[in-house]
Design a protein around this ligand. Structure first.
Ligand code: FAD
Length: 400
């Protein structure tokens, strides 16, 4: 449906090309790899390794990055990256999330570091030789990342740090080669890269989740791990700034994944409403569904335009593209939840069933319904996004 309703009037050529490239990859390889992704309990073996390798072979991990680390050196890397994520989420929100964490959270934070971390880790992110993870969340801190809330501590030594603490919900960690970790250094925060080959970095069992089951999360227990100073990303004390600017890019990605998922629900609903007959005519002959889908088509247009605008501001002007990134994130992810609910209702009982016993016919609506919710929660809950926007309306003096 997107091709019928959406006209790429404002999308730059490089981002447009990435949409076609990703769609081709999804059509030729991804669908078969992701069909069961949300119906298998989480384990190290359930990581979508083949999908990850396919993304690496297609060079899609290079989209956000500069040529000196093996990246594509695009003019509009943020817009192109977000477009890739939208197209991946159309097929699988888990794969889109794995890509977002690997490339944006781990990759884009490393890209703000010095040449040591870029040469050792970022190059391996781009080639897909390593899987990256990014850890800010702790059992008692997530929305609040202030230095007083973070309990993971990096104590300076002669040539680096000793890190002790615990991180929670860390995506990719059960299979990651390294984890970019937010730690307290004195009164401020710093980002350090921890190698998971160190036996004192202990990864817990993968969490069992409602959806996004191909996105493995787990606790990371950090037991007096020695980290060399060359593994610091940026200057000591600059960790919160780098983490927050990375999360701003991340939320553009999550906005795009919301749009991809919303578009998938929309397309499936349109198809079902056009074919399913009740009271002697297709469901779509009821004006209720015509108007409902017309409203959702308008919201999809808005949501896509919003994340692309946020991305283009980041590409053209640099800095944090606020309030657009926060607007795009809360709007796009809420739309995915709304459209998943609409599609479930339009499908009736067939939406609630994953595989029909009688015919083995499969329906993806319940998967989309389960996957959509997390977009409203992670990479800054939607209430935090509204707070960021409110700060621009009323000023920090009033909003805090
Ligand atoms: C599948 C999954 C993957 C994840 N991946 C990662 C990862 O790779 N790395 C990582 O570091 N973390 C990750 N997280 C953690 C995620 O980012 C946090 O769960 C999220 O930020 C919310 O934090 P919390 O769960 O601690 O909720 P809390 O901070 O306790 O907030 C709970 C709720 O309170 C509300 N709230 C909070 N603050 C305010 C406020 N100021 N005003 C109004 N309402 C408020 C919001 O509705 C929020 O949803 C992941 C989580 C999940 C479930």
């Amino acid at each position: 449906m997107m091709d019928r309703l959406w006209h790429d009037a404002n999308t730059p050529q490089d981002a447009r090309a990435l949409r076609s490239e990703t769609r081709e990859l999804v059509e030729s390889q991804m669908w078969s790899l992701v069909a069961d992704i949300d119906h298998v309990d989480e384990s190290v073996e359930s990581f979508p390794r083949e999908a990850f390798n396919a993304l690496a072979s297609a060079g899609l991990f290079g989209v956000p990055f500069r040529p000196d680390v093996g990246g594509r050196g695009l003019t509009h890397p943020t817009a192109a990256t977000a477009t890739v994520i939208e197209e991946l989420a159309y097929a699988s929100n888990s794969v889109a999330a794995v890509y977002d964490v690997h490339c944006i959270l781990a990759g884009a934070s490393l890209a703000q570091g010095g040449s040591d971390v870029c040469q050792k880790y970022l190059r391996a992110v781009v080639s897909g030789q390593m899987v990256g993870a990014f850890a800010t969340t702790e059992p008692d801190a997530s929305s609040d990342l202030s230095p007083s809330a973070i309990k993971t501590v990096a104590t300076p030594t002669n040539d680096g740090y000793v890190v002790t603490g615990r991180k929670r919900f860390i995506s990719n960690s059960p299979v990651a080669d390294f984890i970019v970790t937010l730690c307290r250094t004195g009164d401020s925060l710093s980002l350090l890269v921890l190698d998971t080959t160190d036996s004192r970095v202990r990864i817990g069992s993968p969490d069992r989740k409602m959806g996004n089951r191909g996105q493995l999360t787990a606790d990371v227990d950090i037991a007096a791990v020695e980290v060399p100073a060359r593994n610091r990303v940026g200057a000591e004390g600059d960790g919160l700034r780098i983490a927050l600017s990375t999360l701003t890019l991340g939320r553009i990605g999550i906005a795009a994944s919301g749009v991809g998922l919303a578009q998938a629900a929309f397309d499936l609903a349109v198809d079902h409403l056009s074919r399913r007959v009740a009271f002697g005519r297709p469901l779509a002959a009821n004006q209720y569904w015509q108007f409902r889908l017309a409203e959702r088509a308008t919201e999809l247009e808005n949501a896509r335009s919003l994340y692309l605008k946020a991305a283009l501001r980041a590409d053209l002007a640099g800095g944090a593209p606020e309030p657009e990134a926060s607007m795009a994130k809360h709007y796009g992810t809420a739309l995915a939840v709304d459209l998943a609910r609409d599609a479930m209702q339009a499908f009736g009982g067939y939406g609630f069933v994953h595989r029909l016993g009688a015919t083995q016919q499969r329906c993806r609506i319940e998967e989309i319904y389960r996957d959509a919710k997390i977009g409203e929660i992670y990479e800054g809950a939607n209430e935090i996004q509204k707070w960021i926007i409110a700060r621009q309306i009323f000023g920090r003096g009033l909003t805090g």
